[in-house]
Design a binder for this molecule. Structure first.
Ligand code: PMV
Length: 342
């Protein structure tokens, strides 16, 4: 019998970054990472499963056949198959769309694989939808598609990777942060300033693999583990200025690892640095709680408390828009559950 399900899954932005994998296994992170989900930037995916003795796939993007995506998604299903008899015994039709443009450096793979993983965990019917086990299974599946995707299935800040200070943390799936977030770090927003909307010169996969022979890799992994412990403290005690300093340092460490890879590369653009300078000046002048972070790309994520939305919108319009490609920026609230749509 055919089964159909549809999910919406948010993208996410890492505060402490995953950059580098452990040897062996599929997408096993070299250090723990933590992210916020971006509820207004999401993928919506419909999945139809038909009993079959071979896992086959038909893939559509927003209703239109997209055979060029099929090998990647089929590869993903084949990675899941050893862990799921259901996947082994079905063929799939997938129709997916993102509500944000491609090539904007927003983690479309995190939202996309997150949505697919939720569909599979639901169709498989092993755990009750909405239970902790259900999200854990979806997170485990999502990781097999794209590592950072495993953090997208939670509305709470999600931690992925073993860490001594995070109970039940695992390299195989993300877990939601169970602590009490301080009022001053609740209700933040993320506006992504689009500095460059072109294809990335170096893929994340290639970037991760350059950590294997990286002269500073071990120091970076240690630093990230330490930063996880610290950021969890700041999120609970509301130490906003140390939170901001840590988040910005993480973004710059990510890009300095790229610049010191062998061979080296850069993804930031002159506009990226110009925006960072503007943010530092703005913060110095106003003392407002605003920070930046960067993904593996040139675009700047502007993080700020929603209480100062008016000032930040004004700041974007007067100082930052000039650096944005076609004046484009995309805003989202932090948090928000993945949604079952049918
Ligand atoms: O999940 P991947 O393989 O696309 O790697 C993502 C890595 C960063 O986005 C740069 C950092 C992170 O933790 O999300």
């Amino acid at each position: 019998m055919q089964k159909v399900v549809k999910y919406r899954c948010p993208s996410n932005i890492a505060l402490v970054k995953y950059w580098g994998k452990k040897e062996g296994g599929i997408q096993i992170p070299a250090n723990a990472s933590i992210s916020w989900s971006l509820s207004d930037l999401f993928a919506e995916t419909t999945m139809i499963a038909t009993p079959s003795n071979q896992t086959q796939l038909e893939f559509k993007y927003d209703g239109n056949a997209k055979p060029s995506f099929e090998p990647k998604i089929l590869d993903f299903l084949n990675r899941i198959a050893p862990f799921s008899d259901f996947v082994k015994q079905h063929s799939f039709e997938v129709d997916t769309m993102n509500n944000f443009p491609h090539g904007t450096g927003i983690a479309s793979s995190a939202a996309g694989f997150g949505a697919l993983a939720l569909c599979i965990a639901d169709l498989e019917g092993k755990f009750e939808v909405g239970s902790d086990e259900f999200y854990q299974r979806a997170s485990f599946f999502a990781r097999l598609g794209s590592g950072s995707a495993c953090r997208s299935v939670y509305s709470e800040p999600a931690i992925w990777g073993e860490h001594s200070e995070v109970e039940n943390s695992s390299d195989l799936f993300a877990v939601p942060f169970e602590g009490q977030i301080h009022e001053s770090l609740k209700n933040w927003k993320d506006c992504v300033l689009i500095v460059d909307d072109g294809e990335k010169k170096v893929s994340s996969t290639a970037g991760h693999s350059l950590l294997k022979n990286h002269p500073y890799a071990e120091a970076r992994f240690k630093q990230a583990q330490k930063n996880i412990g610290n950021i969890l403290q700041f999120m609970q005690n509301g130490n906003v200025s140390d939170f901001i300093a840590l988040v910005e340092s993480e973004a710059l460490q990510l890009h300095s690892m790229m610049m010191s890879s062998i061979p080296y590369f850069t993804l930031i653009r002159p506009g990226t640095l110009a925006i960072l300078e503007e943010i530092w000046t703005f913060r110095e002048e106003t003392n407002l709680p605003i920070a930046f972070t960067l993904d593996a790309g040139a675009n700047v994520h502007l993080l700020y408390s929603s209480e100062i939305e008016e000032q930040v919108t004004n700041f974007i319009h007067t100082k930052l828009l000039v650096y944005c490609k076609k004046g484009l920026y995309l805003c989202s609230s932090i948090g928000g559950n993945p949604l079952k749509l049918s």
